[in-house]
Design a protein. Structure first.
Length: 317
């Protein structure tokens, strides 16, 4: 047996043949493995390309749907009634004040917007009523991104809406994209009379008529935010702190509001109040903006007198 093995291993030709065969086998296996690897890479790349294409397609579809919703929202905005329905009731208050004041009201029952003013102003400084706009845009962005508010965000929003905390408002303002985010919101919902300022949000130029658009998004059917988001904002505006409970809240025992006030360098006051009064069909959204009030108290009384007159005219309970 040993002799036979010696003969086998002494046969150099056979050994070389076996080595060459082994090398060929290794090369073949390597080629096969490389081919499989390349095929896997092509497969992964193809899958990645398909995924990216699908994602882009879905994004385009979402953006197209969003544009259609925004367009529809603009098209279905109630027309401003040319009849000066509120003038008779409101004239005594508009004529007997040194402040410049404008009022806009949307009647749910009549599906009409009414407005009146004693001023030639085209815009008013917003003060804190603009915080409602911030929240609408934030919830729109969250919905678009498929995200929900976390606990910390909810706490900040509660401070902003129920206590009118300015630091909380600046936090939310920055979250929506600051100046550019607010400008985009104005464009999205057709607030053509409003202008976001690069200098900050406190004196944002807006109008009562434009703020009615924000209020109607919140309190009536809207495609810009979900029903859940609408209910959330409505709850916050219906649970403001006691010291915030003035202004349009005098118009009904059922009210939701956001107020704004600021003393200017000339010692005059900006006094604004907006929200919803009444319930169901017997309700309205109302925005009253004023500037040049001699005192904070006189401005609040002016807003409340105007609200009572509106409520009486539209028979809001």
């Amino acid at each position: 047996m040993v002799e036979e093995l010696k003969k086998l291993f002494n046969n150099r030709g056979l050994v070389l043949f076996l080595l060459e065969a082994l090398l060929v086998l290794i090369v073949i296996v390597s080629i096969i493995l490389e081919a499989v690897k390349i095929n896997d890479i092509h497969t992964v790349n193809a899958m990645r390309s398909d995924f990216i294409a699908k994602q882009k397609k879905e994004e385009r579809a979402f953006n197209r749907a969003e544009r259609n919703l925004i367009k529809k929202a603009k098209e279905t905005t109630p027309k401003v009634n040319d009849e000066k329905v509120l003038n008779g009731r409101l004239s005594p208050y508009l004529e007997n004040t040194d402040a410049e004041v404008s009022v806009a009201v949307y009647s749910k029952k009549n599906n009409r917007i009414y407005q009146t003013t004693n001023s030639k102003r085209t815009t008013y400084p917003s003060a804190s009523i603009i915080k409602a706009d911030f929240l609408v845009e934030l919830l729109h962005q969250k919905h678009k991104a498929g995200q929900s508010l976390d606990v910390n965000e909810q706490a900040v929003i509660q401070k902003m809406m129920e206590y009118s905390d300015n630091d909380a408002a600046t936090n939310v303002y920055n979250q929506i994209g600051g100046y550019s985010g607010l400008a985009r919101y104005f464009s999205n919902v057709g607030m053509d009379g409003s202008v976001a300022l690069t200098t900050g949000w406190a004196l944002t130029a807006t109008t009562p008529l434009d703020q009615i658009k924000t209020l109607n998004i919140i309190f009536y059917q809207s495609n810009y935010i979900s029903d859940t988001s609408r209910s959330y904002i409505e709850y916050l505006m219906g649970h403001v702190a006691e010291d915030q409970n003035w202004g349009i809240s005098v118009g009904s025992k059922h009210f939701c509001l956001k107020n704004g006030w600021k003393q200017m360098p000339n010692d005059k006051w900006i006094i604004n109040s907006m929200g919803q009064i009444g319930t169901g069909q017997n309700s309205c959204t109302i925005a009253i903006m004023s500037t040049g009030n001699k005192t904070e108290q006189s401005g609040e009384k002016l807003v409340e007198d105007l609200t009572k007159a509106v409520s009486s005219e539209l028979k809001i309970k």
